[in-house]
Ligand binder design. Structure first.
Ligand SMILES: [Zn+2]
Ligand SMILES: [Zn+2]
Length: 374
């Protein structure tokens, strides 16, 4: 069996820590190691370790037992034969602060503030939008409170309490886990946590208090935005349940469309162009259009090689900080036709004799290497 760490050490508190210190320590550790937030491979086991330590230390009976016997309690693991299995905790619950009442069963009433869910949508924009920071328009079906019941989910807006849970929405279930009796708090099965009697549900929304309607939203693409940037619109998400609490947020995730010839590398725009042998040898100038509105003139110096790059500075994408632009980087590629007609072939052969001067290719490679060394 692998060595188990001391629960106090796991949470980074002293043995005399009180409930609020424990709670604070747990919250900050859980945030740090929640697998949704932390990519490291041991985050999940760390997170479970933190949960286990908190589950024991926050329970006065379990804590007393642990203080006395450590991990070798005579009754075995306080979590039964299988040991601690972990809770499935949503990161939002920890960040939102409802976590302790939800998981550890502080008697939460229906009136407890609960936040509506966040909504994520994806929206594609062009590289030109990233350059200009254009205003975008997006039309979505967004949830809002049902107009018939003002979001309460109750017929005529009149709420009558569920008889099963007395309108609390939660029920307390007492269960035996190993040698311990544990209290668990669950959503009431009768009313699914709404606290309302089902007979009085609003017909329009079937009792969830929500309705959707089309809404058009406008927003600006931040200049220099990268693929996957998320823009937050506060309170445009799902409204709080049962007509109470705050609305969630709407997140718009930007997808940057691919361009026909530019590829993006941070602030730089990269492209490759095929150039014929004679243009590489003699040099030339090529003009292509650019989405910044001004043509791009690419000067290819005489004696260029396939694989050389030429840089046109200041014609890339803007920086996120709002000043300066990246570069356009052009990669030159030799364009070699698959077939030549007879006359061209003849002149190529003549050209080869005059260019190569009968040298052996190996000699040229050696000369080249020596040139570079000196
Ligand atoms: Zn309704
Ligand atoms: Zn109920």
């Amino acid at each position: 069996m692998s060595e188990k760490r001391d629960y106090y050490e796991v949470l980074g508190v002293t043995k005399s820590a009180d409930d609020s210190e424990l709670k604070k320590a747990f919250r900050s550790m859980a945030r740090k190691f929640h697998p949704d937030k932390n990519d490291s491979p041991d985050a999940e086991s760390k997170f479970k370790e933190i949960q286990e330590a908190y589950a024991v230390l926050s329970d006065s009976q379990k804590r007393a037992n642990y203080d006395r016997f450590g991990h070798n309690s005579p009754g075995g693991s306080p979590f039964g034969a299988g040991g601690f299995q972990g809770f499935n905790i949503n990161l939002d619950d920890i960040l939102g602060g409802d976590f302790f009442s939800n998981i550890f069963g502080g008697g939460s009433r229906r009136s407890t503030k609960r936040q509506g869910n966040d909504i994520l949508v994806r929206h594609s924009v062009s590289l030109k939008s990233v350059l200009d920071g254009t205003e975008e328009e997006i039309t979505l079906d967004l949830p809002h409170h049902c107009s018939d019941c003002n979001g309460t989910g109750a017929k005529d807006g009149k709420v009558s309490d569920c008889t099963e849970c007395d309108g609390q929405g939660r029920v307390r279930i007492r269960q035996q886990v190993g040698p311990f009796v544990q209290d668990a708090v669950r959503d009431c099965p009768q009313c699914q946590g709404s606290g309302m009697s089902s007979a009085a549900r609003c017909k329009k929304c079937a009792g969830d208090g929500l309705d959707t309607s089309e809404e058009t939203l406008r927003f600006n693409v931040p200049k220099g935005a990268s693929d996957g940037t998320r823009l937050r619109m506060r309170s445009k998400g799902q409204p709080g349940p049962f007509g109470k609490g705050t609305s969630g947020d709407l997140f718009i995730e930007l997808r940057i469309e691919e361009h026909a010839w530019f590829e993006r590398n941070g602030m730089d725009l990269i492209m490759s162009i095929p150039i014929g042998f004679s243009d590489l040898a003699l040099g030339t100038s090529i003009t292509i259009s650019h989405f910044d509105g001004k043509d791009l003139t690419i000067k290819i110096p005489a004696g260029s090689n396939s694989g050389d790059t030429t840089i046109i500075s200041g014609r890339g994408l803007p920086s996120k900080r709002g000043f300066g632009r990246g570069d356009v980087v052009v990669l030159l590629k030799l364009y070699m036709p698959k077939k030549f007609d007879k006359a061209t072939k003849k002149s190529l052969k003549e050209l080869r004799d005059s260019l190569d001067g009968g040298d052996d290719i190996i000699d040229r490679i050696i000369d080249d290497a020596e040139d570079r060394r000196s």
